[in-house]
Design a protein around this ligand. Structure first.
Ligand code: ZN
Length: 288
């Protein structure tokens, strides 16, 4: 009896600690990272901002732990150093387990904006995540920004690079993703395991590239190869597969069976974990 009481007290303490952590998350307004928007939004209103302002012009999908999403992106019209939104995503924890939604597990603050319908209200505990892209140059990696500006001025035709990364409002635990880009026939592919970036951090590549590597990059040549399949000469959109998850070592089946929905890994993905993950998988689901 005393053991049960002690266990109940420990569980209560853990929940109190989690509530404390989520209450300490920054409520500072976020500048929307998309270059042609730049509105300032409270973190708890980001989901509605994405759904109402950006979802009609991007891939828009609900995503669940370890379930892949496939999408296609046409990078042809990307202006240099302009941050574009490839997809507006709503992360809902483990599929068909509402108790694992980020707002219910104290991973993120619940969305508190005005919901227009019952369907929107269903998304109250989902985490809004943006898949962002930008075309820039390797000079963005330089810590010396004066030198970067100088090189950009005098080497305008220097081959560019394309960056893709994910960002979301602040969370109490780290959310990870595997992003794979491939050609039409899966003969060429590139895949990375990375952590979702905090939207409160700078989102222009020249601001964050000198300090971190939470992105996938492709050179212009690599992109050209992926856009042109080995048998077709016509260029199609860049094929992508995205998987979101809280615990990089947990499979989908393990996630479903686990009674403990709290992830146990924090911080950046260690190399040892990244090596254990299967990085090239054939997509199974299509975007809405
Ligand atoms: Zn916006």
């Amino acid at each position: 009896m005393s053991e049960m009481l002690q266990q109940m007290q420990e569980e209560e303490l853990t929940e109190q600690q989690l509530i404390h952590k989520v209450n300490k998350l920054s409520r500072q307004p976020i500048k929307c990272p998309i270059s042609n928007c730049a509105e300032t939004i409270f973190p708890t209103s980001m989901l509605m901002h994405m759904c109402h302002k950006h979802a009609p012009y991007t891939v828009h999908a609900e995503m669940y732990d370890h379930l892949p999403l496939t999408l296609s992106f046409g990078p042809a019209e990307m202006a240099k150093d302009e941050v574009k939104c490839v997809a507006t995503l709503l992360y809902g924890g483990i599929k068909d387990r509402a108790e694992t939604q980020p707002g219910r597990t104290y991973m993120s603050m619940p969305n508190v904006d005005h919901f227009d319908s019952r369907d929107d209200a269903r998304l109250k505990h989902y985490l809004p995540v943006m898949l962002l892209a930008c075309r820039t140059t390797w000079f963005a990696q330089l810590q010396d920004k004066q030198l970067e500006q100088h090189l950009n001025q005098f080497q305008e035709n220097y081959p560019g690079i394309y960056l893709f990364w994910l960002a979301a409002p602040a969370t109490t635990r780290q959310l990870y993703y595997t992003l794979t880009v491939h050609d039409q026939l899966f003969s060429r592919s590139r895949s990375v395991v990375r952590a979702v970036r905090n939207l409160l951090q700078p989102q222009y590549p020249h601001e964050f590239m000198p300090h971190e590597d939470n992105y996938l990059h492709l050179t212009t040549g690599e992109l050209e190869q992926l856009l042109t399949s080995s048998t077709a000469t016509t260029k199609k959109g860049l094929q992508m597969e995205l998987v979101l998850y809280e615990n990089p070592l947990e499979s989908t089946m393990l996630s479903k069976q686990s009674k403990d929905c709290m992830p146990r890994i924090k911080g950046s993905v260690p190399q040892s974990i990244a090596r254990k993950l299967s990085l090239t998988k054939r997509p199974r689901h299509n975007a809405n």
